[in-house]
Design a protein around this ligand. Structure first.
Ligand code: 1GP
Length: 230
């Protein structure tokens, strides 16, 4: 099993909760890397880097700056195939399985192969499920796909399981960056019960109480971004 994946898988087995802080390169000033890293929680286990629309090279510059200031593992969470940097540790190889746009199911993935063929990045296949967070998310806009409504719990569970059966190693339930409503506890619990792979949840989580609810519902890893940009 791959190293960084094994760590997440083991944490899940041991019920050790993980916290990823998401950095959007478009909103990040490299000169402030040190103070930014001091401002994030001590419990942070991972740094994610990515965004829906990022200028060329900005991801690589951001990853480099972060890598010089921390030993935390840096995961690429790319919105498109241009956001690949060899300085990171891992790439979440995302398929937007809630959507029906072939470009985000396989198109971007094929376009990334020339960069990934000889990569030293660990590649983790990740089933990415967009759920309605009460506002129009950047993922929805850019991917031109519909989120799954929060009340369609069976569809969400079936989508997660279809992801697992297709060989995804992680399932990521995403309400969208800046979501008004995070993914509900009911959804998290239902998906957690159904799948045998680690579960990531993100979008609209701002407080310790929301974090605790999502962990207690069954999330193995939470992703928080906007809260630490503010
Ligand atoms: C977005 O899930 C992440 O992709 C984080 O969302 O910015 O709302 O914390 P927030």
């Amino acid at each position: 099993m791959l190293n960084f994946y094994r760590e997440i898988y083991t944490a899940r087995a041991e019920n050790k909760k993980l916290l990823a802080i998401l950095i959007d390169p478009d909103k990040f000033e490299e000169t402030r890397t040190e103070s930014y890293l001091k401002s994030i929680p001590e419990s942070t286990s991972h740094i994610f880097v990515g965004g829906s629309t990022v200028e060329n090279n900005k991801t690589a510059q951001t990853v480099k700056a972060i890598k010089t200031e921390t030993n935390l593992p840096v995961f690429l969470f790319p919105g498109d195939h241009n956001q690949i940097s060899e300085d990171a540790d891992v790439i979440l190889f995302l398929s937007l399985i809630s959507g029906r746009n072939p470009e985000y199911l396989i198109g971007q993935q094929v376009k990334s192969v020339s960069k990934l063929k000889n990569t030293s990045l660990e590649i983790i296949p990740t089933g990415y499920i967009l759920i309605d967070g009460g506002n129009i998310s950047a993922v929805q806009r850019v991917s031109n796909t519909e989120p799954i409504p929060q009340f369609e719990i069976d569809t969400i569970v079936d989508t997660a399981l279809a992801g697992q059966y297709s060989g995804q190693k992680l399932i990521y339930l995403e309400a969208g960056s800046g979501a008004k409503l995070p993914v509900s506890e009911e959804i998290i619990t239902a998906v957690k019960k159904a799948i045998d792979i680690p579960l990531i949840v993100g979008g609209g989580i701002r407080s310790i109480q929301q974090q605790k609810k999502a962990y207690d519902a069954g999330a193995d890893m939470l992703v928080m971004g906007t809260h630490f940009e503010e």
